[in-house]
Design a protein around this ligand. Structure first.
Ligand code: PEP
Ligand code: MN
Length: 337
């Protein structure tokens, strides 16, 4: 249930109303918007009589929230959430470009790619140190050594770093050392991990599970939000369908759906969504045109010899040209890069 207060309601009156509804055993989530304050009632609201609340002179309207996601719901939070990383914003008018290799492979490799993507105008550097691979025999990432190399690349280029977490044991380390923590598609419903990330003071990119519905994805975000961490960025990375030509099917329609249902920023990963490097520029442009708040792109200096996902990684020169196109598309849809 959502209680929309009249403009000008005082703090004291809000507190009184909060106390009166908390007596029914629900928790109140207060969102102070640009114009109005909204109280979201979470829990079993069956005992709360909307007519009694509406009788309060400070209440403008009471709405029932049918969806199971509450904190992620746009009804609870009409203004878009803007996630800040240093002076970069994700979810406002600015498009955030996150670029880098699938995996960190060596000091030379990550530094080379970091310098290249920085030169072309990327805002953040991605690179997997812990890799969730389908085969246990495939390269599993450089792990802690990879994390140290990412930090070195950040130090040299100034680009904040984005990397995937796989295990709850690493949460403290990631909280200290990483700028945005990525939860991969395979861990979207790792509820232990999500709950722990709810207590973390760092933004989280939550990738859509490869067979997850939009509602399941938003419920996964709800786990993080309900723990207190409001800085969640959703990432569409393609879903499984009957089609086998592409690695996944880029569900770009999910972007406007998320924008309608939720206040959370949503970005698109055209690399995993297609699995083919030559599709990445066109799908990136489409993602921005459809309203994505950013893109996550795999870039590699030597894709043929990459230790993971070379076939979907673009070279720095292709990325450089793509950045120019991104600026034009962004401008056409009223955004900035
Ligand atoms: C990745 O970003 O390299 C990755 C493993 O992505 P996903 O979790 O979307 O498969
Ligand atoms: Mn990858």
């Amino acid at each position: 249930m959502v209680v929309i207060l009249r403009p000008g309601t005082t703090e004291k009156e809000i507190e009184k109303l909060e106390n009166s509804v908390e007596k029914y055993g629900v928790t109140v989530s207060k969102v102070v918007g640009t114009e109005r304050t909204i109280l979201g009632l979470i829990g079993d609201t069956t005992k709360v009589d909307p007519y009694v609340i509406e009788a309060n002179r400070n209440v403008e309207r009471v709405m029932h929230v049918a969806e199971p996601f509450k904190k992620a719901n746009r009804m609870f939070h009409p203004d878009p959430t803007i996630v800040k990383v240093g002076n970069i914003t994700i979810g406002g008018g600015q498009i955030a470009v996150i670029a880098g290799p699938c995996s960190v492979e060596s000091s030379e490799q990550i530094l080379n790619i970091a310098r290249e993507v920085k030169k072309s105008g990327a805002h953040l550097l991605r690179g997997g140190a812990f890799k969730p691979r389908t085969s246990p025999y495939a390269f599993q990432g450089m792990k802690y050594e990879g994390l140290a190399l990412l930090k070195q690349a950040r130090e040299e280029t100034g680009l904040p770093i984005v990397t995937e977490i796989m295990c709850t044991n690493d949460i403290d380390l990631f909280q200290r050392e990483v700028d945005i923590i990525q939860v991969g598609a395979r861990n979207m419903q790792n509820f232990d991990l999500l709950r722990r990330l709810g207590e973390v003071n760092k933004p989280v990119i939550l990738k859509r599970g490869m067979s997850a519905t939009i509602e399941e994805w938003l419920m996964a975000a709800e786990y993080i939000l309900s723990g207190g961490n409001q800085n969640v960025i959703l990432c569409e990375r393609g879903i499984r369908t009957f089609e086998t030509y592409t690695r996944n099917v880029a569900d770009l329609g999910a972007v406007p759906v998320i924008k309608k249902l939720s206040h959370l920023p949503v970005i698109v990963d055209p690399s995993h969504a297609t699995g083919k490097w030559w599709m990445v520029p066109d799908m990136t442009k489409a993602a921005i045109a459809v309203g994505a708040d950013g893109v996550l792109i795999e870039v590699h200096n030597d894709p043929v010899n990459a230790l993971s996902d070379g076939q979907q990684s673009i070279k720095p020169c292709v990325f450089n040209k793509l950045m120019q196109d991104i600026r034009q598309i962004a401008k056409a849809v009223g955004r900035e890069v």
